[in-house]
Design a protein around this ligand. Structure first.
Ligand code: ADP
Ligand code: MG
Length: 326
């Protein structure tokens, strides 16, 4: 190894855009020393990305840096938390300076936009693996959870669905806008914090709408009806499908329902709070769309505007509908 582990850390991970007052000791000592706000609860989450498992081997290093942090910030967003600190465990086959420059650039660009400071980590040699832990705060008792949905609550999603799934499906032929959605997902932290006190349940969509909505239902054995032709689809998504000859109709429905990696929020809102939610999230660039209703009868029923029903192909959904909640 031409550079020592210490050189790598010093060069690439100490230069960062955010310097928070609550970081008393950051990178460089045996542990970080952080000041906790007295009136807040601390929220912690961690996610690992493994090359060839969670991202294709050829993914740009900047995108890997962005996404490793973004998937964690998306989890904090789904809890209604404000992001504060992160730690990074990085396993690298070799200390490639070009790769590290791009990786840290992608990581810090996103961290900078959300006021997140990297406060420590670990660097080891081995197959490319990136683990990020994110730390955030929420006012006491106000963290949003997965378990509060009730029959009659309206179901919403932020942004648009299916873009990342279509980029994966089209691979190199994907339009740039769709690739950006796959490689640089935007954690919906603003939307999450605006939902505090209004949403009854929230989850971020990492595995696809049907699978993740299923998690909001499974605790109390609830069900839902979804309006599948009313799901929000981006202009880039529709344009890319129009350019295809084979089976666009199936992709038009299946990708928004089951394509993962969108990192939008899916949430439920009691009827009396819907107007306020729509007003608040209407002021954000991602916006939000009502897509269905929570029902007492278990299972997810997909409806069409013309009154017909749609039978999704996704196995995650069938598994759930069968009443097996493992
Ligand atoms: P130790 O052997 O005491 O664990 P290290 O040499 O692993 O110390 O790390 C030295 C300092 O650099 C620590 O403050 C650690 O948190 C930080 N650090 C190591 N790797 C990373 C990384 N990938 N990102 C951020 N900080 C790191
Ligand atoms: Mg160490």
């Amino acid at each position: 190894m031409s550079e020592t582990e210490f050189d790598i850390i010093g060069r690439y991970f100490r230069r960062q855009p955010v310097k928070r007052k609550d970081v008393l000791t950051g990178i460089g000592d045996d542990a970080a020393v952080l000041r906790l706000p007295v009136d807040r609860e601390l929220l912690l989450c961690i996610d690992t990305l493994v090359a060839d498992v969670h991202f294709p081997a050829g993914t740009p290093a900047a995108a890997i840096g962005h996404k490793a942090l973004a998937v964690n910030l998306s989890d904090l967003a789904a809890m209604g938390a404000e992001a504060a600190w992160a730690t990074l465990a990085l396993t690298l086959p070799e200390p490639d300076p070009v790769w590290l420059e791009a990786f840290s650039g992608g990581f810090f660009a996103l961290a900078g936009r959300h006021g997140v400071q990297l406060v420590g980590g670990d660097t080891t040699r081995g197959p490319l693996t990136v683990t990020v832990q994110a730390h955030g705060f929420a006012p006491q008792g106000q963290a949003l959870q997965r378990t509060g949905a009730r029959p009659g609550d309206r179901i919403y999603v932020t942004g648009t669905l299916g873009d990342a799934g279509l980029a994966l499906h089209l691979r190199d032929a994907a339009a740039a806008e769709l690739r950006i959605r796959l490689d640089y997902p935007e954690p919906r932290l603003d939307a999450g914090s605006l939902l505090r006190g209004l949403a009854s349940a929230v989850i971020d969509i990492s595995d696809g709408l049907l699978a993740d909505l299923g998690h909001l239902l499974e605790d109390k054995g609830l069900g839902a009806s979804l309006q599948v032709d009313g799901l929000p689809r981006s202009r880039a998504f529709i344009a890319a499908l129009q350019g295809l000859d084979a089976a666009p109709a199936e992709l038009y429905y299946e990708l928004p329902l089951s394509g993962g990696d969108d990192y939008e929020l899916c949430f439920t809102v009691p009827e009396r709070c819907c107007a306020e939610v729509e007003r608040r999230l209407g002021g954000l660039s991602c916006g939000c769309t009502a897509i269905g209703t929570i029902e007492a009868q278990p299972g997810i029923r997909c409806c069409m505007q013309d009154g017909g029903s749609y039978q999704p192909a996704a196995t995650g959904y069938l598994h759930f509908q069968g009443g097996d909640h493992d």
